[in-house]
Write a protein that binds this ligand. Structure first.
Ligand code: URA
Ligand code: SF4
Length: 185
C-alpha cells in the first residue's frame, strides 16, 4: 500500500515499537508544511508536547519560533519533527533502542516531504541523522550532504536557554541556513 500521511499518523498513534509507548499521553509525529524545503528535527517531545500532541510548543519551542522568525521563516513554511515521537520520562535522552525503533517514522516523513535541507537540533538528532560519533560543539555549523539532502547540525533551543553564550554560534548557523536556502531557491 502506498504510504500516505494519514496512514503514517495512524501507525504512529497506535505504535508500540518501543517502551516509550507505555508512558506517553500523545504521540507527537510532527507538523508543518508537508512539502517544506527545510525539515527541523529535535530530540523528543517534552511535557507540553506530550500533553498537546504537537512538537516544540513549550519554552524551547517558543525560542525555536524566534529563531525561525530571525531568518524570516514561520512554522507553517517548515516541517518540525523529532527523533522519538513519544516523550521519554522526565525528558531523559532517548535510549539508542528507542531512537532506532522510531527512526522509520522520521525516514517515512522525510520520504513524503522530500526536503532539501535538514537542520539537526542538538546532539541527539545530530547523532542519529548526521553521524553517530558527532559532537555538537565540534560539528555544529558543518554541512554534510547525504542522499542529496544538505544537513546542518546546530544547538538545540533548550541548550540555548541553558547557556546564552551559545547563541552567537547558533545565530551564525541560522544565517548559513538562510544563505543556503536562498542559494538553492
Ligand atoms: N524538545 C525537543 O527536542 N522536541 C520538542 O518537540 C520539544 C522540545
Ligand atoms: Fe513507537 Fe516511536 Fe513512540 Fe517508540 S517513540 S512507541 S517507536 S512512536
Amino acid at each position: 500500500m502506498r504510504l500516505t500521511w494519514e496512514l503514517l499518523s495512524e501507525r504512529a498513534r497506535t505504535c508500540t515499537a518501543c517502551g516509550l509507548c507505555g508512558t506517553r499521553t500523545n504521540v507527537v509525529l510532527g507538523e508543518g508544511n508537508q512539502a517544506a524545503d527545510i525539515l527541523f528535527v529535535g530530540e523528543g517531545p517534552g511535557y507540553e508536547e506530550d500533553k498537546q500532541g504537537r512538537p516544540f510548543v513549550g519554552p524551547a519551542g517558543q525560542l525555536l519560533d524566534k529563531m525561525l522568525a530571525a531568518i524570516s521563516l514561520s512554522r507553517e513554511q517548515v516541517y518540525i519533527a523529532n527523533i522519538v515521537k513519544c516523550r521519554p520520562p522526565n525528558n531523559r535522552v532517548p535510549l539508542y533502542e528507542e531512537a532506532t525503533a522510531c527512526l522509520p517514522f522520521l525516514r517515512a516523513q522525510c520520504g513524503l516531504i522530500q526536503p532539501k535541507f535538514i537542520v539537526c537540533l542538538g546532539a541527539t538528532a545530530t547523532r542519529h541523522i548526521y553521524s553517530p560519533d558527532a559532537r555538537i560543539t565540534r560539528e555544529r555549523g558543518v554541512w554534510k550532504e547525504k542522499q542529496g539532502i544538505k544537513i546542518l547540525p546546530t544547538y538545540h533551543p533548550a541548550a540555548l536557554l541553558r547557556d546564552e553564550s551559545k547563541k552567537k554560534e547558533a545565530w551564525a548557523d541560522l544565517q548559513a541556513l538562510r544563505a543556503a536556502v536562498q542559494a538553492g531557491a
